[in-house]
Design a protein around this ligand. Structure first.
Ligand code: HEC
Length: 161
């Protein structure tokens, strides 16, 4: 074998190994429905992180820091666009050892209302970014409340307790 042929053979052997490792991983990967549940739960976990940071300031558990508040408001507004991607057909009955949805199956039959509630959340979260720019709690507080209401309105209908 020439050096080039030898290298080629080695490269091919490595590639074949990599491919079968990939195939193995493929065989054990999450189904699209499981992946969608993990995705939306991850998005909501991030939303809660930033929403909670603002909540602590609104409640007075943490001193108000206008820049910090704005950063969190922007994060929630940006993240509010993501959960909708994870609500796909067939994902409402996912229950495995590691992934278990709390979304109610009736989301599918009430898709328009669910979308309306998601839109309201996005609109209110974006309005909070503007309210935060004012830099004072009097302006922020009512708008923060509206965002919180939008979470609750949806959870009440479409999320298991
Ligand atoms: C339009 C509906 C809707 C809106 C708006 C909404 N949620 Fe949810 N949320 C859900 C549903 C449905 C689930 C359950 C997802 C699942 O388990 O598959 C959920 C799950 C969650 C979870 C649990 C995630 C996990 O790891 O299981 C948190 C935390 C959460 N939401 C926080 C929030 C916060 C905070 C807001 C508002 C700032 C919000 N949500 C707005 C529908 C909504």
């Amino acid at each position: 074998m020439t050096f080039v042929k030898k290298s080629l053979a080695i490269t091919l052997a490595v590639a074949t190994c990599a491919l079968s490792a990939y195939a193995f991983a493929e065989g054990h990967k999450q189904s699209p429905e499981e992946s969608a549940v993990a995705y939306r739960q991850a998005a909501f976990t991030m939303i809660r992180h930033h929403f909670g940071a603002m909540g602590a300031m609104v409640k007075g558990d943490k001193p108000f820091d206008a820049a910090e508040f704005s950063k969190n408001a922007e994060a929630v507004a940006a993240l509010s666009k993501f959960p909708a991607n994870g609500f796909i057909a067939g994902s409402y009955s996912v229950k495995t050892d590691t992934i278990k949805t709390e979304a109610k199956p009736k989301i599918e039959q009430n898709a328009d209302d669910f979308k309306k509630k998601m839109d309201t959340f996005q609109v209110e979260a974006t309005a909070l970014v503007d309210a935060a720019k004012a830099g004072n709690m009097d302006t922020i507080k009512p708008q923060f409340g509206k965002v919180g209401e939008s979470c609750k309105a949806c959870h009440k209908e479409y999320k298991e307790d």
